[in-house]
Design a protein around this ligand. Structure first.
Ligand SMILES: Nc1ncnc2c1ncn2[C@@H]1O[C@H](COP(=O)(O)OP(=O)(O)O)[C@@H](O)[C@H]1O
Ligand SMILES: [Mg+2]
Length: 240
């Protein structure tokens, strides 16, 4: 569970990029964080994951505050950033082993899992190459695998489908659904509405740093009297 409570932040003093936002991502749900470019999705995710300090408010991950108890909070989630730039001089396998060490994954189960997941995401044949030679999509796959490796209760993904090929994107969506169905939390940002409509149990819409809607896709469509598509409701809501 992820609880965002009255959170604000500014990059430049006096100009709030995120302005007093609150919502809760419940266990057992795939939760989409939707908004146009520059709305504040990545900034919010950076606060949830402790990369960016919160000015006001607090964020709790399974009850642990990212402000007051950052190590405990960070143990509760796995994170795939939108810029998957990790230790480029390591090979993919070295990186996954490093993650395995950090999260103390036993070596026998670790290798089995690494092999299975790399097969799943079709990157087995590059595991021994350095990450610097990977494409954006391959790096993203590696990071997704690293999260699946330690399999935290809460998954946090920033624009995860961008850069993935259709098979990987399909596989990831399936895994997200399964993870939520097991009572876990999947929180991801997207500006692609079709994805949100297909897989989210609930969404929050952010625009210009403010939350303007929280609910199901159906509720959004109902609210904006659009029986055709989420896209139509979305455009209505953004245009005010
Ligand atoms: N490091 C930064 N310094 C100053 N402004 C930033 C920085 N990062 C993002 N912003 C601004 O904050 C706003 C939200 O950006 P972001 O959270 O990246 O949006 P999104 O992920 O929804 O596209 C944008 O106006 C962006 O220009
Ligand atoms: Mg972003």
């Amino acid at each position: 569970m992820i609880e965002i409570k009255n959170v604000s932040v500014s990059y430049v003093k006096g100009i709030k990029v995120i302005d007093n936002i609150s919502f809760t991502v419940d266990d057992g749900t795939v939760f989409g964080f939707i908004g146009p470019n520059g709305a504040g999705k990545t900034t919010t995710i950076e606060m949830i994951t402790g990369i960016l300090d919160i000015d006001d408010g607090d964020i709790l991950i399974d009850g642990k505050s990212i402000k007051d108890n950052p190590i405990a909070a960070k143990k509760q989630f796995g994170f795939v950033p939108d810029t998957p730039d990790v230790f480029e001089k390591l090979t993919g396998l070295e990186y996954l082993n490093f993650i395995g060490d950090v999260y103390e994954i036993p070596e026998e189960t670790r290798l089995k899992k690494v092999l299975k997941l790399s097969e799943f995401f079709s990157i087995s044949d590059v595991l021994k190459d350095r990450i610097e030679s990977y494409s954006h999509g391959m790096r993203q796959k590696l990071l997704i695998i690293s999260v699946l490796l330690h399999n935290p209760k809460n998954w946090i993904l920033d624009e995860p489908m961008t850069g993935l090929d259709p098979k990987a994107s399909y596989t990831l969506k399936k895994l997200m659904r399964e993870h939520a169905n097991q009572g876990n939390t999947v929180f991801f940002s997207t500006h692609v509405l079709e994805v949100a409509e297909k897989i989210c149990d609930k969404i929050a819409v952010i625009d210009k740093g403010k939350i303007i809607f929280v609910g199901t896709c159906e509720e959004l469509k109902e609210k904006y009297k659009s029986n055709t598509s989420l896209e139509e409701s979305f455009l209505k809501i953004i245009e005010g």
